[in-house]
Design a protein around this ligand. Structure first.
Ligand code: NDP
Ligand code: GDR
Length: 339
């Protein structure tokens, strides 16, 4: 029987890749989208299907993680086999500026979803998008046994979602899993995250459209993987015999400075001539060093990332060069207000 999935956050980086993957696998995919005064569906435009087509399998529904009754109504209507809760306020620095909203959407939003699942009485498999940020400055390599030390309102909110997901699994027998995903990037990464901010700037500087790139902490180290690999891992988590929690990571860690070095050198430039540090992009507290150990996912799910650091940088720089040459890039993030 073809399956039905419900994705919150379908308009985001991961939601768009996951929707692609599930459509290829024959799923009918329902996606939660927020009503906006402007279009927010750029990342899934290429998947759009005419709702008048009787076979249409990508169905977008208005809703919001802050609206419990709508979530319950949608789950009753859609009757999903699988739910991927990817919707969130995802920017760590913004979570210091909007801590209450971040807690409401990222923490209580997950609880609203779980309650809707529980009250529906249906057998649903539920994926919760957890984050390596929950480890904070705990010593690397971090895996499922590492004690959490959240270092931002975002991380604390995600940790609440993590624990209630585990609690609903244990208390009510719901097939609910936590993916603890380390950073994963792509040409669809939001422009205010550091990797995409760098690769967009590299392309624009190369073409003479921009001079400087202002960044914050250049010494922070992250375990950066490729988003399409990671959404495949999410899917695998919901196909396993037993529900559990899994780290997904590449096992390599690199600094923001190294990312700059490689990205600028891809187009024959020296980052030192273009990158400047600015207080504006510093956080009240940062996470210094993340490097994940995904052995459990490899062993139990057979999951392994295909794209590593150097290749990732190439993919992102090359994609942004094409966009900048075609004049399709959005330069708002360079104004310094965002990012
Ligand atoms: P994005 O920022 O690209 O997308 C976030 C999505 O959440 C968007 O679809 C956004 O909608 C939606 N959203 C935001 N607020 C609400 C709300 N109140 N109600 C419903 N939907 C909302 O994130 P990613 O795709 O990168 O990440 C997916 C998930 O994985 C997130 O939960 C993130 O925290 C988590 N994660 C991501 C990692 C990464 O490296 N990418 C690593 C670890 C965890 P809109 O388009 O309308 O803004
Ligand atoms: P992160 O990603 O906080 O790890 O969260 P981000 O790309 O924002 O920051 C990574 C590191 O780069 C440093 N940095 C800057 N960051 C941004 N955004 N802008 C800058 O100008 C800049 N300069 C330096 C940061 O201080 C940080 O150390 C991402 C999000 O996708 C989360 O939702 C997800 O949970 C985690 O990854 C895993």
């Amino acid at each position: 029987m073809p399956k039905t999935a419900f994705i919150t956050g379908i308009t985001g980086q991961d939601g768009s890749y996951l929707a692609e993957l599930l459509l290829v696998k024959g799923y009918t995919v329902y996606g939660l989208i927020r009503r906006c005064s402007t279009f927010n569906t750029d990342r899934i435009e290429h998947l759009y299907q005419d709702p008048h087509d009787p076979n249409y399998r990508l169905r977008l529904m208005y809703g919001d993680l802050s609206d419990a009754s709508r979530l319950a109504g949608l789950i009753a209507q859609i009757k999903p086999d699988e739910i991927y809760n990817l919707g969130a306020q995802t920017h760590v620095k913004v979570s210091f500026e909007q801590p209450v909203l971040t807690g409401d959407v990222d923490a209580i939003g997950a609880m609203r979803m779980l309650e809707a699942v529980r009250q529906s009485g249906r057998k649903v498999r539920y994926y919760q998008a957890g984050s390596s940020e929950m480890f904070g400055n705990a010593p690397a390599p971090q895996n499922e046994e590492t004690a959490f030390e959240p270092a931002s309102p975002y991380a604390a909110a995600k940790l609440y979602a993590h624990w209630v997901t585990k609690n609903y699994r244990e208390a009510y027998g719901i097939y609910a899993v936590n993916g603890i995903l380390f950073n994963h990037e792509s040409p669809r990464r939001g422009a205010t995250f550091v990797t995409r901010k760098i690769t967009r700037a590299v392309a624009r500087i190369k073409l003479g459209k921009q001079k400087k790139l202002f960044l914050g902490n250049l010494e922070a180290k992250r375990d950066w993987g490729y988003a399409p690999d990671f959404v495949e891992g999410m899917w695998r988590m919901l196909q396993a015999r037993e529900p559990g929690d899994y780290v997904l990571a590449t096992g390599e860690s690199h600094s923001v400075r190294e990312f700059c070095e490689l990205a600028f050198s891809r187009v024959g430039l020296n980052y030192k001539k273009h990158v400047e540090q600015s207080e504006r992009h510093m956080r009240p507290m940062d996470v210094d060093y993340l490097r994940g150990d995904a052995s459990r996912a490899r062993k139990v799910l057979g999951w392994k990332p295909k794209v590593k650091f150097e290749k990732l940088v190439e993919i992102m720089v090359d994609a942004d060069l094409v966009m900048a040459k075609e004049g399709r890039e959005d330069f708002r993030a360079d104004s310094g207000i965002f990012g």
